[in-house]
Design a protein around this ligand. Structure first.
Ligand SMILES: C[S@@+](CC[C@H](N)C(=O)[O-])C[C@H]1O[C@@H](n2cnc3c(N)ncnc32)[C@H](O)[C@@H]1O
Length: 213
């Protein structure tokens, strides 16, 4: 009698650091930061004096280095040790005063352990879709925005994403849920990615209307 097939080995999914470590260890990255993203960030979230940014899911650090070059001091975090090691090496020691890369899981680690208690800019690029408990994280990050600060999500949208990659994107209902908890929500197109710029987190039970433009 044939032996039953062995179970397939467990492959770390995209919510596990091991999945991302393997991606970066293979020398792979993700779509480079585009000119439209750079222009929109400069227009919508220019760094004021002393501005602090937190990048969540920084990968190889291209956006973090860009934000540092445009005037932010940046804490760039990623749950992948491979990513942060490679990002720090690419930035070099000279950048260390403006950007630091930390291995940190934004859902599982204590936000109180972040290097700064609050930020002018919190940005997710291609990483927000992987957050499991989005409502809890948004509330927590909203409390860590300085006055006038912005939470920016740059994300693929489901309608423009092949079905087998649906998990990397947000659909319109998920975008509405994300933008619904803020007094101001701007949406711009960045060469096919949605850039959502959110300001003024409202308490969960507040009734303040959100203006989206
Ligand atoms: C698709 S990559 C994007 C990387 C980078 N932002 C870019 O644009 O190239 C998603 C990144 O999010 C990171 N990530 C996923 N879940 C995370 C979590 N819970 N905490 C911190 N980083 C996370 C992954 O390790 C990965 O580097």
């Amino acid at each position: 009698m044939a032996e039953p097939a062995a179970p397939a080995p467990a492959t770390p999914g995209p919510t596990r650091p091991e999945h991302w470590d393997a991606h970066y260890a293979a020398g792979r990255g993700f779509a480079p930061l585009g000119d439209t993203e750079r222009r929109l960030l400069a227009d919508l979230c220019p760094a004021r004096a002393g501005a602090l940014a937190l990048e969540v899911g920084c990968g190889l650090g291209e956006l973090a280095r860009h934000l540092a070059a445009t005037g932010y001091r940046v804490d760039a975090v990623d749950c992948s040790g491979e990513a942060v090691d490679r990002a720090a090496a690419a930035a070099g020691p000279d950048a260390a005063t403006r950007v630091r890369f930390l291995r940190f899981d934004i859902e599982d680690d204590d936000l109180g352990a972040l290097p700064n208690p609050a930020y002018d800019l919190v940005v997710f690029r291609l990483s927000y879709a992987f957050v499991r408990d989005r409502a809890r994280l948004l509330r927590a990050l909203g409390r860590r925005l300085r006055d006038g600060g912005a939470l920016v999500v740059i994300t693929p949208v489901a309608a423009r994403t092949p079905a087998h990659k649906r998990h990397i994107a947000l659909d319109e209902s998920e975008i509405a849920t994300l933008t619904g908890g803020w007094t101001q929500a701007l949406r711009r197109d960045a060469d096919g990615l949605a850039m959502l710029v959110l300001r003024g987190p409202v308490a969960r039970d507040a009734t303040t209307a959100t203006s989206t433009s």
